[in-house]
Write a protein that binds this ligand. Sequence first.
Ligand SMILES: Cc1cc2nc3c(=O)[nH]c(=O)nc-3n(C[C@H](O)[C@H](O)[C@H](O)COP(=O)(O)OP(=O)(O)OC[C@H]3O[C@@H](n4cnc5c(N)ncnc54)[C@H](O)[C@@H]3O)c2cc1C
Ligand code: FES
Length: 292
Amino acid sequence: MYKILKREVLVPNTVYLKVEAPEIARKAKPGQFVILRVDEVGERFPLSLTGWDKKEGAVEVLFLIMGRSTMKLSSLGEGDCIMDVVGPLGRPTEIESYGNTMCVCSTFGVGPAITLVKALKEKGNKVVSVMEAKDETYLFWEDRLKSVSDETHVVLGDGSRGKHRQASQFVKEYLESGNKLDRIFIFGRVFTMMECSQATKPFGVKTIVGLTPIMVDGTGMCGCCRVSVGGETKFTCVDGPEFDGHLVDWELLIKRKRAYLIEEARAFDLWQLDNLRRIAELSELPERVSVV
Ligand SMILES: Cc1cc2nc3c(=O)[nH]c(=O)nc-3n(C[C@H](O)[C@H](O)[C@H](O)COP(=O)(O)OP(=O)(O)OC[C@H]3O[C@@H](n4cnc5c(N)ncnc54)[C@H](O)[C@@H]3O)c2cc1C
Ligand code: FES
């Protein structure tokens, strides 16, 4: 069992947890993730590592409320326990001295982005960070990202901060203005990763994306997280989760992520019906989103 040490609702649809997991904290590296099972009847689902503290023996995750498992996880409080947390899984990010780098993040991607930016800075890279959010209400950890990056830009979907509404527009203009990038990393919404990859392709900037297909076992055995990269089949859990964004078959990824929408909606409704009292007792219940 893995005890929740800290819980915070960051914005209406996103929850942060610090969880006691000394073995995982000891080995964790940027780019890796864990697979959780909230209770004995829970499904296995992955979350990126947002941070870890070897001394405290704890790891941090943050997650969007998408459906049954994330809503169930969000209904746990400090002192409650998660049944299984397995990890660290996946290949760590390749971090070298690239020169000028950019890190783009949206929604939960802010978590893995912060760990990566710190590691890139330790290797002497210049890091420009770009945060994308729907509007001011859904923006979090801007200060944290600012404190580790050389430059931080915020792009809001309602256009209330600057002229861009999507991170990809910012990236395109940044490159068109003659700025040089040696590598860009993108985490969070699939559309942010896809559109930013399209924006960097004409400029030949090496583009790394953290893919989030549906996963089950996380050990390369079930084939569920299959993606196509450069025409080759890859298993995201063991070959990734990071791949070259210019080579990803985005259409296939989106189609496979949406394969169980009806079953997921049913599972969520059933869980809500079974847990009306628990939901009513929560003082801060986050809201559910439907973003791919
Ligand atoms: C390597 C990796 C890292 C991830 N990191 C984060 C993170 O840090 N924060 C975060 O909020 N989300 C992250 N995700 C996505 C997260 O796993 C899903 O949002 C979550 O499983 C949704 O489950 P649900 O039951 O709440 O929603 P459901 O209603 O069951 O599903 C909603 C949508 O989530 C996706 N999903 C469902 N089940 C899974 C599954 N077992 N594995 C992956 N995706 C699934 C599908 O696209 C589905 O349509 C990550 C995914 C991967 C593969
Ligand atoms: S989750 Fe089963 S092969 Fe990757």
